[in-house]
Unconditional design. Sequence first.
Length: 274
Amino acid sequence: MSTELAISDSEFQQFRDLMHKISGINLCDSKKHLVSGRLSKRVRERGMRSFGDYYRLIASGVDRDEFHRMVDLLTTHETYFFREPKHFEYLADTILPTVQVQAAGSRPIRLWSAASSSGEEAYGLAMVMMDHLGNDCPWEILATDISRQVLARARQGIYGTERIDGVPREYLRRYFLHGIGSRAGTLRVAPEIRARVQFSEMNLNESLTSVGEFDVIFLRNVLIYFDPATKSEIVARVVGQIRRKGWLFIGHSESLNGITTAVRQERPTVYRKD
């Protein structure tokens, strides 16, 4: 077998169609190199001669573990703590006081990190909630992602020091444990924060009703991976899980213009359901 394993246009199109069918993710032409780079090792490790052989294994459905490994490899997981920090400030200063009044102690305040990747966003939300509400007011956070691999990493809550640049100094002191010995150079999210985040596998391209309703949903930096039709469908599903008067956050490179009228813009990238 050649040391260079090339993916043909037709093979790339097969994976492109499959990923769109599974998750709604649109792998544009520029992603051909990414697909080749991320899957080539698995093709070789499975003793296959081509991407087409690997695709046929995946498409057959006989190896579900390999199917999930492929999904893990082809979904993007780039994130970091307190990305777009103004969102967290707005949550703390504007939203939480209002939500506390709405909930009035009769139910938990619920937040959803709907594309949580390796957990930084969800844990950041939990730190804000713990800092401002503590344990006196009931609250909970759901964090979901399509990738089993990143969810497993997220549950551990262990990060390299290079990943925590955006964390406020006080949060670093209160909510992280510094690794020692073989764990030197890493930090682990404190147990009281990890315990407040439930991680679960979820495909935004499927029904979301099982997750219940939320006061605040963070759907940030994921809509850019979908074509317009799929984007509209996903936003409709997500908005359907927002409580009346609840909030939706999207990424600063994203917009809901022409996508939905079910939420109104409060400020750039922050929307509210009437």
